[in-house]
Design a protein around this ligand. Structure first.
Ligand code: K7E
Ligand code: CUA
Ligand code: CA
Length: 636
């Protein structure tokens, strides 16, 4: 085990070490590359401060991975935008950015956070910042169904849903009585009924300022959200805190890692124990407890809260070394792997044993079928569907490819080399992900490794560096690095879906629920959105309805009075794919997208008299510059 407080951490006596040959080798390499960095207080921090030795990786250029001009990618990648707050859509293997989906941020191109439709999704007074980590697509029978992509917001304790057909955010839920939603996964089987969302930080309950020193009394909760309504269905009180989560392929279990079984409120305290734990949640029992009324509610919310602390029938706690981070279920669901972070090990669970564990026929550790060393700082594991696993080693700056069955045999005493290959990545990887790898359809084509540091890999842009998302070909026996992709803060996680699973709309459906409220308002005003361009006055509220057809707005001008609250509602009648219009009212902080057959609206105050031009801000036509009009503001 690594003692992160050991100042000599990277200087490991390989003679005395119980480490396998592979671990010894990688430690020696690590020493050679960064001996100057010794002295950090924590293992994870040891390499963060200084520069690494520049490393030259020779990218293989294989025609198979080249996506030529005009050719389409094989996979969609959905990338977390980290604390930038959005989700990004990439094509793979080209790694080209295809789209950005604003979620917890403001986006002036689309008007997200500015339009009335987006404000309805975000909610009144919603924070317009976020910290996304884990994008995951809804599934049916353990396969992606293309319907939704879910993403957490650690910064404001929220979960958002993106519609797969239009790639826009359509629901956001704030989880009550919690702080910092981190780990997020979906129920895989029989379908995504629940989104599982970990709240990370323990806090007092009630959090009323009277019990802040009662640290022992703090707790956090595991949350099940209904994927359709996006309501929080139930919350489970746990011991320790929660980090990452995943689900099985029977629909019966979800499980979360905990790095702070100590219940500490400081860093050294949270590294005191050699083992923390994996909490296993029995979904059927949680549902039954809620149904039987065996729950409490907490102030300000009517969400049923059940108690899953140690000794509860709803959960089991399996000791795992040390401050474990990622937990990843192998395709098909025979195994799940917890990643040791401060221990050089991964822990392999056999999920079929969970039934016996909940029947009290075996002990928690009896579910562990292997616990083997891979290298320093294992954070996340991905799978190729052929029995191989790929684990990121943060401190070693490597991806380790290993054979799960061989690791189990090694753990059982057989002399077998379970490590197949270690590949340098640049630098310090966090999450990794394989194509289709979190589903039954894992196809073992590509692995993306998301590095927290790019150091010397790109042209410098000042003190803040891009991160480095590297694409690795895993289709053969050897992993091959084939692409470096600079990324802005901070793609913790991503997922890759074969393009056959994603069905997007070319045009909006006129009945699309994203503008249903606006349609209802128009109806009240006696307006037919598809034909009318008309101004409705309602006291000092003015609603300006207009259509758009390239290169014209339905109204060339409209007149209001100073001080009016003006809502501009535009319906784009174009039926040609890709002909989106925009609307921008100059000097009024108002702009938005109106895609074909969409209705969008934005509200602003007409506080200055005189002529104010509005214009189309999405290039739509040879006469796009001419697509404009005047707002005439008369003195009140
Ligand atoms: Cu950065 Cu999944 Cu939030 Cu690991 S998490 S790296
Ligand atoms: Cu319409 Cu540009
Ligand atoms: Ca710990």
């Amino acid at each position: 085990m690594i003692d992160p407080k050991d100042k000599n951490l990277p200087v490991i006596d390989t003679e005395d070490s119980q480490a396998s040959e592979h671990v010894k080798l990688s430690r020696r390499l690590f020493l050679g590359g960064s001996a100057a960095l010794v002295g950090g207080a924590a293992a994870m921090g040891a390499t963060m401060g200084g520069a690494l030795m520049p490393s030259v990786a020779h990218a293989s250029t294989d025609a198979k991975h080249t996506v030529g001009p005009g050719e389409l990618d094989e996979y969609y990648g959905f990338w977390s935008g980290g604390h930038q707050g959005e989700v990004r859509v990439l094509g793979l293997p080209s790694m080209r950015e295809l789209m950005r989906i604003p979620v917890f941020n403001v986006d002036s191109a689309t008007g997200w956070g500015l339009t009335n439709e987006s404000k309805e999704v975000l909610g009144e007074n919603a924070p317009l910042n976020g910290d996304c980590h884990h994008p995951h697509m809804s599934m049916t029978d353990g396969q992606y169904d293309g319907k939704y992509i879910f993403i957490n917001d650690k910064a404001n304790t929220r979960v958002a849903r993106i519609r797969g057909d239009i790639m826009k955010t359509d629901k956001i839920t704030t989880v009550p009585n919690c702080q910092a939603i981190h780990g997020l996964r979906v129920q895989k089987v029989p379908y995504t009924k629940y989104i599982f969302a970990n709240a990370e930080f323990r806090m007092p309950h009630p959090n009323n300022g009277l019990n802040m020193d009662d640290v022992e009394g703090y707790y956090t909760m595991f949350n099940g959200l209904d994927a359709e309504s996006m309501d929080v269905a139930w919350q489970v009180i746990v011991d320790g805190n929660l980090d990452n989560t995943d689900a099985d392929y029977t629909g019966k279990y979800a499980f979360s890692t905990c790095y702070n079984s100590e219940g500490a409120i400081d860093l050294p305290g949270s590294m005191r124990n050699e083992r923390d734990h994996l909490v296993i949640f029995n979904i059927e029992r949680i549902e039954a407890a809620v149904k039987a009324g065996k729950f409490i509610t907490l102030p300000g919310s009517d969400v049923p809260v059940v108690d899953g602390r140690k000794g509860s029938e709803l959960t089991r706690y399996v000791p795992v070394p040390k401050n474990p981070h990622g937990i990843n279920t192998a395709p098909g669901g025979k195994y799940a792997v917890a990643n040791g972070k401060l221990s050089p090990t991964v822990t392999v669970f056999e999920l079929a044993k969970f039934d016996e564990l909940f029947a009290d026929k075996i002990q928690p550790r009896d579910t562990v079928v292997a616990e083997v060393e891979l290298g320093l700082g294992p954070l996340h594991t991905a799978f190729d569907g052929r029995g191989n696993a790929f684990t990121t080693l943060f401190i070693d700056s490597q991806v380790c490819k290993w054979d799960v069955e061989k690791a189990i045999r090694f753990y059982n005493g057989e002399k077998v080399d379970y490590i197949l290959q270690k590949l340098d990545v640049h630098y310090q990887p966090g999450h990794n992900h394989t194509t289709m790898g979190e589903t039954r359809d894992a196809d073992g084509q590509y692995l993306v490794s998301l590095q927290k540091f790019s150091k010397d890999r790109f042209l410098k842009c000042g003190p803040l560096h891009a991160e480095n998302d590297q694409l690795i070909d895993i289709s053969g026996d050897e992993m091959k690095l084939i692409h470096d992709g600079p990324a802005f803060a901070e793609p913790h996680d991503c997922m890759m879906v074969h393009r056959s699973k994603v069905k997007t709309r070319k045009l909006y459906d006129r009945k699309d629920p994203t503008f249903a409220t606006t349609v209802a308002m128009a109806k009240k005003d006696g307006i037919t959105l598809e034909t009318d361009s008309k101004v409705i006055r309602d006291g000092n509220k003015v609603r300006v309805y207009m259509t758009s057809v390239a290169p014209n707005y339905g109204l060339n001008e409209f007149t209001v009075k100073q001080g009016d609250e003006v809502t501009v509602i535009i319906t784009n009648l174009d039926e040609i794919e890709d002909v989106s219009h925009g609307f921008c009212m100059v000097n009024h902080g108002a702009q938005m997208e109106i895609s074909p057959q969409q209705t969008a609206s934005i509200t602003f105050k007409a506080d200055q008299v005189g002529v104010h031009w509005y214009y189309c801000n999405w290039f739509c036509h040879a006469l796009h510059m001419e697509m404009r009009g005047r707002m005439l503001v008369e003195p009140a």
